[in-house]
Design a protein. Structure first.
Length: 66
């Protein structure tokens, strides 16, 4: 191998090790302690479903939507 090829391969290797090192030093992502489907979310989804059912049945009370 000639000198240019060795320099290019060395530069690529340094770049790869630097990239791996930066990712290793980055802080971990924060973890949420709230479950993905909590009681409040389920309650809100139930209210939305009930409102959609009312709209479909013609019992809509909002003049802007119906």
């Amino acid at each position: 191998m000639d000198r240019t090829t060795k320099l290019l391969l060395a530069a690529i290797a340094i770049g790869l090790f630097t990239n791996a090192g930066v990712n290793a030093m980055r802080p971990a992502d924060a973890q949420s302690h709230i479950p993905p489907y909590s009681y409040q979310t389920g309650n809100n989804l139930d209210r939305i479903a009930a409102a959609i059912t009312d709209i479909a049945a013609g019992n809509c009370q909002n003049d802007k939507i119906c």
